[in-house]
Design a protein around this ligand. Structure first.
Ligand code: SF4
Length: 378
């Protein structure tokens, strides 16, 4: 099984928290689609003859494309790869791009999953994040998608926002639950360098939420969603009826994927590759048939670290049997020693030979992962 990721690097406006590669200049959209198709053709043999089980259109904002443009790229993919009849085909979308007609057309093209960037149902949050939609757009977009026949809809929420009270967050969760979606991704705000929020934070214009309030928001999220039939299957992801994001689950299971477009990453267990994060450089290099990517071969240590990072974040956790079967004795001893500290502090739960994060552990997962990584001393 393998997946495909398509990066559509255009956004109408830039959100204040976002560090994904994107451009607000649509002047080269036509050239981009031509270059993207060229990249797809050039790399079609990289994972054949595997069937493609998931296609994920991210960005940027894939929903700014016209339906004809999406269809053109999708048809090109179908001509180059063996796509499973049961493929999960997800489009990331901004609420204000989703008209009923557009959604019906997407459905007809074979899209069977939407990931809608609702982020919050409070207009004051949306304004502060520089989102271009309003709360009503977010609610309506989900209703339109359901009307158009989508039965697998994910929505995004952000918490830990400056000044976000527990009550505000509770209302967001309640509205999200009332929408009857199958999947919710809820991310704690991160202040990425280079974003407007990062600058605001540095200049004192905004303040980080206290850790205790962030943790309370996380606990409220987890409890409310689990009480309403959602399974917490990854740090930031909740699904009903086993409708996990197949595409993201494949990332965490370290299955192969090909990423097309500027800044897109690819992985095949042995190597990682990433395309240049610049639309102009990407277009120029493709036109001149020059490399537009870098790659690295994963060392044994990288493979261990990848396993730790990707597994610990999921409900399936880290398997001691897997570690023992695949990595060196030194690595296993290092893991057990470090994990033991977090078992004692209640951040990791050990079930037979399976290590999982507790609720408190999920909240400080980055710190825990850092300690579990294996860095060989030179
Ligand atoms: S969050 Fe999405 S819409 Fe906003 S700038 Fe980032 S990629 Fe664009």
């Amino acid at each position: 099984m393998a997946g495909i990721y398509i990066h559509i690097p255009f956004c109408k406006t830039k959100c204040h928290y976002c560090d994904f590669y994107k451009s607000t200049d649509f002047g080269s959209k036509i050239d981009f689609i031509a270059a993207l198709k060229q990249e797809i053709s050039q790399r079609k043999n990289e994972i054949t003859p595997e069937q493609i089980e998931s296609i994920y259109w991210g960005g940027g904002t894939p929903s700014i494309l016209k339906i004809e443009e999406i269809s053109e790229i999708l048809n090109h993919l179908k001509n180059q790869f063996i796509i499973s009849d049961l493929v999960e085909n997800t489009l990331e979308a901004n609420p204000d791009d989703l008209s009923i007609d557009f959604l019906k057309n997407l459905k007809q093209l074979g899209f069977n999953r939407l990931s809608i960037g609702t982020q919050s149902f409070h207009d004051h949050d949306l304004r502060s994040m520089n989102r271009r939609h309003k709360s009503d757009d977010a609610i309506n977009s989900v209703k339109y998608a359901q009307e158009a026949g989508f039965e697998n809809i994910s929505i995004d929420l952000i918490y830990g926002l400056p000044n976000q009270s527990l009550e505000d967050w509770r209302k967001n969760i309640a509205i999200a639950l009332s929408l009857n979606v199958q999947h919710i991704s809820a991310y704690h705000l991160t202040y990425h360098e280079g974003t407007v929020f990062y600058e605001y934070l540095k200049s004192g214009k905004i303040k980080e939420l206290p850790d205790e309030l962030s943790l309370d928001q996380f606990k409220l999220l987890k409890k409310s969603l689990e009480d309403n039939g959602f399974e917490h299957y990854e740090i930031s992801n909740f699904a009903k009826d086993g409708l996990y994001s197949r595409h993201n689950k494949a990332y965490w299971e370290r299955k192969s994927y090909l990423g097309f477009g500027p800044s897109a990453h690819s992985f095949n267990q042995k190597t990682r590759r990433w395309n240049v994060s610049s639309l102009n450089k990407y277009l120029k290099a493709i036109a001149e048939e020059k490399p537009y990517w870098e790659n690295e071969v994963l060392s044994f240590q990288d493979q261990y670290n990848d396993y730790i990072i990707t597994s610990l974040r999921t409900k399936w956790g880290i398997s001691l049997d897997y570690l023992q079967a695949n990595f060196s004795a030194d690595m296993v001893v290092h893991f057990e020693n470090e994990a033991n500290v977090f078992i004692q502090s209640g951040h990791i739960i050990l079930n037979e030979s399976q290590f999982n994060l507790s609720t408190e552990g999920l909240f400080i997962s980055d710190k825990i992962m850092e300690n579990l990584l294996y860095i060989e001393e030179l």
